[in-house]
Structures are given as structure tokens and as C-alpha cells.
Design a protein around this ligand. Structure first.
Ligand code: SF4
Length: 489
């Protein structure tokens, strides 16, 4: 059967790292499905390929709906929402993660559901299991029959094989076998469960709404439903929520946390709170650090929209160089050309971004972007700025060079395709054809996220593997496939 067609992340956006999932759950509200749909809508930036919702109603049991495409196109119609009754529900939005990348089948769309002797359970997972291949082999040898190609399904099969009595205990058992990054939202008939892996690589927060509770990848999804942000789920914590309130356990061996530092730079929405700080403020601080580390004489500071905007504002405030919207984004591109023709594809980035010519002509322009991945988009943007008559173009990048792939739930090209994996900063400058190119240093990034003494090289406070090549969890499956770790220094 051919792969279904759906509005994947826009084809001209393929020069970015992509967060691969958003998760949301709620208990103790009337019509949980509507809250879950709104929460997933707020988390849509974390995955646009497909979404799913599972609910439970005491009379009608478990129900689910899974669809390709945006939440707003699938989970707003009455005919779908009335199939999802009940006061308890969880949901998931995905970009293709481990499994059938780019060829997703509906069976790969979460939440996944399992029927156990003590009742059913549904789970939604954000992250990536780094020993999934080995687990899958073992489970298949022992008789498990997999329905999907997703790494997350291993959790359901491990739960099925556990000898524990309750579903939360079985989940603990299962997750102790799993390596890698996971934030999980799960539900039984009466409980909402949230878990973060021992390193806390991916985010998960707890909110309160009326007499009910919710769990979400980010706080922006609490805001949309009017829920109060209570706290982040701790690394290695499991919360089990029912009518009696929130119970907390720490089922894993305690380890120093390694939250994904790229969530601060790019993945999370700027109106979310991470680690007690507004993401927007952190990004502005990154821009300030960048201006201190790599000043340059120029007439204008312009963001590459939209994610470069707060860092460009910070750069401007620190340097005193005026901020300007030199590039304008067409907000309505996403749905216009789902299947672009070759001719339209060749127009490339111009379809999405346009230069404000009157502003740029004759100016020395600093362009602030969040990252350089393959460098293809950066080159096109530089061409557009020069075509518009700019005198000089200087790139300032709000993350260190991305030289290593992520194996913890973020879509990255193979290492050879990452510009920074094969070129020095100066070679990249020549390749991009700009007057200067500077990335924030790893220490500068750590300072901007609130670590005043910078990065602790003996025990880094965050996961920064895509910049440093130091993977906090061994990517066993990828090593088995031939990936070489950085040689010890
Ligand atoms: S490798 Fe990079 S993107 Fe992946 S979890 Fe670590 S910091 Fe985040």
C-alpha cells in the first residue's frame, strides 16, 4: 500500500533539526478529548505528521482516533470528537521518529494501546529508545507480535511480560529495561501516569485544571486550556494521578540530569517555561552572549524568522545595533504546496521567506539564526540578502556547530550531511559565502541558560551531544549499525 499523503513539515523546512513528538494527558475534567485536542494543537510545533487521542469513559470504555495531518484539521469535527467520550484522555503528535521515517503508516501513530489481565492501558512516548532493536529482537524471539515499526511499542510488550500486579508497576518494570530518552504519558481506566527517564532528556510538566490534572510536554499547552503550571516532572520520576491526587515515585537509579539543551535554543515554544525560565528570555540571553563573544560592525541586526527572533533582539540590545525585520515570513506556506512541483520546489526558500528590500539595500546586515544543519537554507538566505543590495552579510548562530546526530528523539541527518561535521568554521564561512560566520560557544550557551560558570566538562549539566559528540546514553542500536562514537581525547 503506498504511503499516505499528509502535510509533513514543509519541504523547504528540511534544513532544521526536528523535534519528533509532543504528548499531553488530562484527568478529572468533563470531555477530556477536547482538552487533549487543544493541548496537542499548542504542541503542534513538536510534530506535524500525525496525531492521536485515546480516552476512557466508565460506560463506553476505551476509545481512540488516529489521523495524519494537523490537529486542527482532524480533532475539531463533532463527528470525531463525539467518538472520544470520558473524563480521562491522552494524546500524541508526531513527526516521524524511530520506525517508518517518512513512510508512516497509521499503525505507527500513537498512543499505543495494550489489553492486560488487570485492564487496558494506553501510552504516548516522546523521545527515542536507544536499545529498541535489541529489545525488539528479544521480545519477538519470546513470542511478542509487534503491530508497528515504532520503538515505543517495546514498552507495551515489556509491560505485557512483566509479572507485576498493577499497570503502574508493570510500566516501571518495562521502563527499567529501556535505555535512551523517554517522557511518557499513559492512562489506565482510572489513572493518568507520567514518567521521565532518569536523565530527564525530554521535558514533561504537571498542571492543574479545576479539580483535574494534566501532563504536557510544554507549559504553552497548559496556557491554552487555562491550566495552572504546577511543576516539572523530575528526571527519573513517575507520577500516578487519580481521584485521590498525585502520587510520586522514583523507580530508577538516580543520575545527574541531562536535559536537552537544544530545547532552550529551538524546539520549545518561546512562550513555554523550562527549568524555571522563560524560553524567550533564554533565547534573548543567547543573543546577548553571542554579541559579547562575536561582535561585528554593522548597520542592522535581522532575525531569520521565526526562531532566530528572540536571539536577534538580544544581539541588538547588547550591541546597540538597530533590530529590523529584514526578512518577512509568509505565515501561510505550510498548507499551500503539499506536493510541490519541481518548478515550485526550485523557487525554494523564496516561497517562504522574502527580503524587505527597502530596508536592506546598501546595509551591512547581521543575520541571526538558531542553527546551521546542512547549510542549504543559509546559503539561499544569504543570496536573497545580497540580491536585495546588502553591502555585507554576517551570520551569527544561536547554537554551537551541530556536528553530531541526535539519537534521543530529534530528527537529524546522518553525520556526513551535517555541515559542521566535515568543515571548520572558516570553511563553513567560505562555503556559505558570507563576510563572517560565528557560532555561540558551548560555554556561552551554558551561561545563557543560567549556568553562570559555563559548562562543567567533567559532568556536563545538560545533554549537548549534537554539539560535543559526548552522548550521555550510549546509542547502542546505532553503534550496532556502524555509527562511530567520538574518539576519547
Ligand atoms: S543530542 Fe542535541 S538535540 Fe539531541 S537531546 Fe542532546 S542536545 Fe538535544
Amino acid at each position: 500500500m503506498p504511503a499516505p499523503r499528509f502535510p509533513i513539515a514543509h519541504p523547504f523546512d528540511d534544513d532544521k533539526l526536528r523535534e519528533e513528538c509532543g504528548i499531553f494527558g488530562v484527568i478529572g475534567v468533563q470531555d477530556a478529548a477536547s482538552f487533549v485536542a487543544l493541548g496537542l494543537h499548542a504542541l503542534q510545533h513538536r510534530g506535524q505528521e500525525a496525531g492521536g487521542i485515546v480516552t476512557h469513559d466508565p460506560e463506553q470504555g476505551f476509545n481512540s482516533a488516529r489521523r495524519f495531518g494537523y490537529v486542527r484539521d482532524n480533532f475539531t469535527s463533532q463527528s470525531v470528537m463525539e467518538t472520544l467520550p470520558g473524563p480521562l484522555g491522552i494524546g500524541h503528535v508526531r513527526y516521524s521518529t524511530a520506525g517508518s521515517k517518512g513512510q508512516t503508516q497509521i499503525r505507527d501513530v500513537q498512543p499505543f494501546f495494550g489489553e492486560f489481565a488487570m485492564g487496558g492501558a494506553a501510552i504516548a512516548h516522546n523521545g527515542n529508545i536507544t536499545n529498541a532493536n535489541a529489545l525488539r529482537r528479544e521480545l519477538i524471539e519470546r513470542g511478542s507480535i509487534f503491530q508497528s515499526s515504532s520503538d515505543s511499542e517495546c514498552i507495551i510488550h515489556l509491560m505485557a511480560r512483566s509479572l507485576q500486579r498493577t499497570i503502574p508497576e508493570r510500566m516501571e518494570d518495562a521502563l527499567r529495561r529501556v535505555e535512551g530518552a523517554f517522557s511518557v504519558v499513559a492512562m489506565t481506566r482510572t489513572k493518568l501516569i507520567g514518567v521521565r527517564d532518569p536523565l530527564g532528556v525530554r521535558p514533561l510538566v504537571l498542571g492543574k485544571i479545576g479539580d483535574g490534572w494534566c501532563l504536557s510536554s510544554e507549559t504553552c499547552a497548559l496556557d491554552i486550556i487555562g491550566a495552572e503550571f504546577i511543576r516539572e516532572i523530575e528526571p527519573g520520576e513517575m507520577v500516578v494521578i487519580n481521584d485521590g491526587g498525585v502520587e510520586s515515585h522514583f523507580p530508577f537509579r538516580s543520575q545527574p540530569s541531562k536535559f536537552c539543551i537544544f530545547e532552550h535554543v529551538y524546539f520549545s515554544r518561546p512562550d513555554s517555561i523550562l527549568g524555571g525560565r522563560s524560553v524567550y528570555e533564554t533565547r534573548e540571553a543567547i543573543g546577548r552572549e553571542l554579541a559579547k563573544e562575536s561582535p561585528v560592525e554593522a548597520d542592522l541586526v535581522c532575525p531569520v524568522p521565526d526562531s532566530g527572533t528572540p536571539a536577534a533582539i538580544g544581539f541588538s540590545l547588547e550591541s546597540g545595533i538597530p533590530y529590523a525585520m529584514g526578512i518577512i515570513r509568509n505565515q501561510y506556506m505550510g498548507r499551500t504546496f503539499i506536493e510541490p512541483t519541481e518548478q515550485i520546489r526550485n523557487m525554494g526558500v523564496r516561497l517562504k521567506l522574502n527580503v524587505n528590500r527597502a530596508l536592506i539595500r546598501g546595509k551591512r546586515v547581521i543575520l541571526v539564526d538558531d542553527s546551521v544543519v546542512r547549510g542549504t537554507t543559509s546559503r539561499k538566505i544569504k543570496d536573497m540578502i545580497l540580491d536585495a543590495g546588502a553591502k555585507e552579510v554576517h551570520f551569527r548562530i544561536a547554537s554551537p556547530p551541530t556536528a553530531w546526530p541526535c539519537f534521543y528523539g530529534v530528527d537529524t541527518p546522518e553525520r556526513e550531511k551535517l555541515l559542521a561535521a566535515t568543515m571548520t568554521e572558516d570553511e563553513m564561512r567560505t562555503h556559505l559565502g558570507v563576510d563572517s560566520l560565528k557560532f555561540i560557544s558551548l560555554n556561552g550557551l551554558y551561561r545563557a541558560v543560567g549556568e553562570t560558570n559555563g559548562r562543567d566538562s567533567a559532568c556536563p549539566q545538560y545533554c549537548d551531544a549534537c554539539f560535543s559528540g559526548e552522548y550521555p546514553v550510549r546509542p547502542s542500536d546505532m553503534i550496532e549499525k556502524g555509527f562511530s562514537l567520538k574518539a576519547a581525547e
